[in-house]
Write a new protein. Structure first.
Length: 430
């Protein structure tokens, strides 16, 4: 007679099967990452027509900042929301994203690249993995392959509640001494991980521009509930204090000049929302505080079917006064700010000024996070900021599908770049 399988034996078999399945998926994803890293190695590094500018660590009256020195135009490139999944579900879209990023950098030949967050997308039901460290290694391999100096900010998706590794683990990866081109720095004792300052100066050693990287954090806490309900955090008070102290220190230096700060972050501050609402309510004509430059806010939801801003605190605190009491970055640093460059809202690309500060959404790369966004291309591209020798600057958004970009791999993907993600959304008639 056959022996009856005991209940605990059945449970053991089920658990063993689940463990074996997860181990198999992890192994498969490991090999997909190896394949992506091999693909990355087939790209050529950027070839400059002039001597590449390398940053130096320079001590300015007791504080050290990474500094680029040049008398020619200094070219900063913002790339946002790359959203590499690097799992068995996202492999084909990841190759498109890698091709997009490297192709844009090869053709623009920037001096410095700032990735403004959501580099990786460890969402199991979309990417097929939750190992954000493995994905970030592939992202770093891509950045290093370009041969261009770069730094990064972290977005809300880089360290999801689903994923294995926290922000500190991600941060440590970018200060690995083996990396040749990372300009990333960590600030101990300050909220967030990706807070740093990079300076640009001329050959007379006068500082012409301060570039502030400020971590906009992710969610109000690390719970799954906060992630699922998009409860975005704000920039914390200790970060604002750190930024203000350093900016004032730089401006007080003999080498300093009276120039303002260009700030980079992932999640926009609430002033992006306030400025957009003022402009929309005034038919995109100037108000006392705002001036419309160009672009659209194409993000939608049920409450705002004609465009919205997913700023820090927007879903977390319904009382506006409570939001303003937490979102202090803009008002505190207003005397020093020249411009802010963010990501986060993939199909928003509005540019305007608010209280004299230029507010800019970067174009996104995303082929993965938004449904069918791999087939839409009007929002895909980069932002280039050109800083002159006297500290003045200009900014331009570049769509990926223009004739400026030629890929080593042949044609670019076949996304439709003639329409917005929501083609029927309200678009400013300017």
């Amino acid at each position: 007679m056959k022996k009856k399988l005991r209940w605990w034996g059945i449970i053991l078999i089920v658990i063993s099967s689940i463990v074996a399945l997860f181990a198999l998926i992890a192994l498969v994803n490991f090999f997909f990452n190896l394949a992506l890293r091999s693909y990355i190695k087939t790209f050529s590094p950027v070839k400059y027509d002039y001597e590449q500018i390398a940053p130096e660590e320079i001590n300015y009256d007791g504080k050290t900042y990474k500094t680029f020195t040049t008398d020619r135009d200094f070219k900063v490139m913002q790339i946002s929301d790359v959203h590499l999944g690097c799992g068995f579900l996202s492999y084909k879209k990841d190759k498109k994203a890698i091709n997009c990023v490297i192709t844009m950098i090869q053709n623009e030949k920037p001096d410095f690249v700032v990735f403004t967050g959501d580099n990786v997308f460890p969402i199991p039901y979309i990417a097929g993995t939750v190992n954000n460290k493995m994905i970030m290694k592939t992202f770093i391999a891509m950045a290093e392959q370009t041969g261009v100096y770069y730094t990064t900010l972290f977005g809300n998706h880089d360290t999801e509640a689903y994923s294995y590794f926290n922000r500190k683990s991600m941060s440590k990866m970018f200060v690995d001494p083996k990396l040749k081109y990372s300009v990333y720095e960590r600030q101990e004792g300050v909220s967030g991980e990706s807070n740093s300052i990079v300076l640009v100066r001329n050959k007379a050693h006068k500082i012409t521009k301060t570039l502030l990287m400020i971590d906009s954090n992710d969610y109000v806490d690390q719970s799954l509930k906060s992630t699922l309900n998009w409860l975005y955090d704000t920039i914390h008070e200790d970060q604002i204090k750190w930024a203000k102290e350093n900016i004032e220190h730089i401006k007080s230096l003999p080498e300093g000049v009276d120039t303002k700060v260009l700030a980079f972050m992932h999640i926009p501050v609430s002033e992006y929302h306030i400025a957009f609402e003022e402009l929309r309510n005034n038919n995109f004509e100037d108000t006392a505080n705002t001036h419309y430059v160009t672009g659209v806010n194409d993000e939608l939801d049920d409450e705002t079917p004609s465009g919205r801003v997913w700023y820090g605190g927007c879903s977390s605190w319904k009382d506006k006064s409570e939001i303003e009491s937490l979102d202090l970055f803009f008002e505190t640093l207003l005397p020093y700010l020249d411009g802010i460059f963010c990501g986060h809202d993939h199909v928003n690309n509005l540019r305007c000024t608010y209280k004299g500060v230029y507010l800019s959404y970067g174009y996104s790369v995303d082929y993965l996070a938004y449904s069918n966004i791999d087939k839409i291309g009007m929002q895909r591209g980069n932002t280039v900021i050109t800083i002159k020798n006297d500290g003045t600057w200009s900014e331009v958004h570049n769509n990926y599908y223009t004739s400026n970009y030629v890929s080593e791999k042949g044609e670019l993907d076949n996304a439709d770049y003639s329409v917005y993600y929501y083609p029927d959304n309200e678009i400013p008639k300017k």
